[in-house]
Write a protein that binds this ligand. Structure first.
Ligand SMILES: Nc1nc2c(ncn2[C@@H]2O[C@H](COP(=O)(O)OP(=O)(O)OP(=O)(O)O)[C@@H](O)[C@H]2O)c(=O)[nH]1
Ligand SMILES: [Mg+2]
Length: 306
């Protein structure tokens, strides 16, 4: 048996059936995973370097799960910077101060736009002794970043499979470059949002365009729908919606039918973000807000990112 070069599973060929179909036919299939992949992080050696990749649209609610596994020096990489509406890098960086891991550098990058990849490569070269592990939550763009590094700085003719679904990488994948080895790891699962979204939304998200914030001054009771997946009922508030510009947002003055699966009420006391991981976030002022979701999505409240 070989390790699939695309995702790391054992296979008889160099590429497994799933990776072959993704790469040649754009055929994506959700994988059923009962493993949160955390135990892979036990393989990181004491002298290895860690690149922790965070998707700026899916900042995890808490870092505790991953934090307990990392005792190494960490380069914190804030990926998908191309989607962010402002270039307020210092604000994004200061947001992560509280994580209290051994961060040696923080970089905002975009593997899509090749933004800051030179800086990331230099930073790795300056700090690695042997292996650098790319770790993080599923779909944060670890494999895409590694592919960029392979393409930009080596003559190696290989690439790792990437996709808009969760759990694309299924086992460790080692790539030997001239002076160090990169190890890709399966992403840690923190929420079920990607598995709960329909294919049309997932496809839209995979073609996400830079966020153009939408501001609404809400007087009285109003209803904001994001696609057909979220309905927010809001009274007298100022809201700013940060979702990729190809995701549809509609405001209604009268209530409209919505097929809700769950409903969450917030009594907000200070300006905060209601975060819909993978989709975006909504900045709201103090007041009462009800959020209906039409599938079993996870949402949470945090201090404002912007
Ligand atoms: N807009 C944007 N999308 C990105 C960027 N980097 C990756 N993506 C997209 O994010 C999705 C996930 O990318 P992957 O590289 O497969 O993510 P991963 O972290 O390896 O995912 P797992 O293997 O499941 O842990 C894909 O749809 C990528 O095209 C980026 O810089 N900007
Ligand atoms: Mg991957």
């Amino acid at each position: 048996m070989n390790k699939c070069v695309g995702c790391g599973v054992l296979t008889t060929n160099s590429l497994c059936e799933r990776c072959f179909r993704i790469r040649n036919y754009n055929e994506y299939k959700k994988v059923d995973i009962n493993n949160n992949f955390l135990s892979n992080l036990d393989k990181i050696g004491i002298n290895d370097l860690v690149v922790l990749v965070v998707d700026l649209l899916n900042i995890p609610k808490n870092f505790e799960t991953i934090k307990s596994k990392i005792k190494n020096n960490v380069i914190l990489v804030l990926n998908k910077f191309d989607l962010m509406p402002t270039n307020n890098i210092d604000r994004y960086k200061s947001y992560f101060d509280k994580y209290n891991i051994n961060i040696i550098d923080i970089l905002c990058v975009s593997s899509k736009n090749n933004y800051n990849i030179d800086e990331l490569y230099e930073c790795i070269k300056n700090n690695v002794t042997n292996k650098v592990y790319f770790i993080g939550y599923t779909n944060s763009g670890k494999s895409s970043l590694i592919n960029k590094i392979i393409y930009n700085y080596s003559n190696i003719n290989t690439s790792i499979t990437t996709s808009y679904l969760a759990n694309t990488t299924l086992d460790l994948i080692e790539i030997k470059l001239d002076s160090f080895t990169i190890v890709d790891t399966p992403g840690i699962i923190t929420n079920n949002n990607l598995n709960n979204l329909g294919d049309n939304i997932l496809k839209k998200l995979s073609k996400s365009k830079r966020i153009k914030p939408i501001s609404y001054q809400v007087k009285g009771m109003q209803y904001i729908f994001i696609e057909d997946i979220i309905k927010m009922s809001i009274i007298d508030n100022d809201v700013v919606i940060y979702v990729p510009s190809n995701i549809s947002v509609n405001r209604y003055y009268k209530d409209k039918h919505f097929n809700n699966v769950k409903s969450i009420s917030y009594d907000i006391t200070d300006t905060c973000d209601i975060v819909i991981p993978n989709i975006g976030f909504i900045k709201v002022k103090s007041g009462k807000i009800n959020v209906d979701l039409n599938n079993n999505m996870d949402i949470y409240v945090r201090e404002p990112l912007i």
